[in-house]
Design a protein around this ligand. Structure first.
Ligand code: PML
Length: 263
């Protein structure tokens, strides 16, 4: 199988990216569709597009997608009250770690990858705080993609943004050391983010930011005994393929979403 990755940028600014794991026979079509997306992104026109085609030397690790739900957060305040409850009260992220995450998300300097933050100390554990760590070498089987599309369609959510974010969040959450991930898109037009964890699944949070805001970021919260080198190597190098889809719940009130933890 092959890892197919496309990254588009303009100068130092990341514009868009897409990736998946495919059979060699699918590469031509996939690259074509990735290229179409690269030139129609709301972050603007790229002046550099890097396409990587890499034959995988090991079989991808099979993963089951996190269960998905959408929290009915109606404005930004609502969204962040929910996020704080989910991360601090339900998952056990310390106040220090939560504040470190807010700094990352609210910074004008958007990182290409995720910050890794210790759940108790709130310290940044990724070696390059400007770049962060990017999860890559990930994909979804065509059978699982078909089921995912059907389920997202039923919720009127069938966008590549959602399916790709779910696959990425599933890879991140599957490492033992990871307790949660918080994501705010850096796309100024995309105002839904997520909190993902093995405990609560993939919780979509609408109205996480105002439209037009270029800021965004990802924060991976890890338990303090995590072997960070092992985590980084897993996120960056080990191929994973989502081959099963879990239960999807649709729109839940913040209270209902909180009670969905561990259910
Ligand atoms: C991104 O810009 O790729 C992040 C999108 C996160 C939320 C996707 C969703 O709507 O579930």
């Amino acid at each position: 199988m092959w890892s197919v990755r496309v990254r588009a940028s303009r100068g130092e600014i990341h514009i868009s990216g897409a990736e998946g794991i495919f059979d060699v026979t699918e590469i031509k079509n996939v690259v074509g569709s990735y290229i179409d997306r690269v030139y129609s992104h709301s972050r603007g026109e790229p002046d550099r597009v890097v396409i990587t085609l890499e034959e995988l030397k090991e079989s991808p690790r099979p993963l089951t997608a996190l269960p998905l739900l959408t929290v009915d957060t109606k404005d930004r305040n609502n969204a962040w009250v929910f996020i704080e409850r989910a991360l601090v009260d339900m998952i056990g992220v310390s106040r220090k770690a939560y504040e470190c995450a807010l700094e990352v998300i609210n910074s004008d300097l958007t990182m290409r990858g995720a910050a890794i933050v210790g759940i108790n100390t709130g310290s940044r554990l990724d070696p390059d705080p400007v770049r962060g760590v990017r999860a890559t070498r990930l994909g979804i089987s065509s059978a699982a993609m078909k089921e995912l599309s059907e389920k997202l369609n039923a919720l009127e959510l069938n966008t590549t943004v959602v399916s790709e974010a779910l696959v990425l969040a599933t890879k991140v959450a599957s490492h033992d050391g990871v307790v949660a991930e918080l994501c705010v898109s850096d796309d100024p037009d995309y105002t839904t983010g997520y909190v993902a964890s093995r405990k609560g699944g993939y919780m979509r949070v609408p109205c996480i930011k105002e439209e037009g805001d270029h800021r965004g970021g990802r924060v991976i919260f890890v338990s303090e005994d995590t072997d960070v080198d092992d985590l980084i190597s897993y996120l960056q190098s080990e191929p994973v393929l989502v081959n099963k889809i879990s239960e999807f719940k649709g729109l839940l009130s913040p209270d209902e979403a909180i009670s969905a933890f561990d259910n």
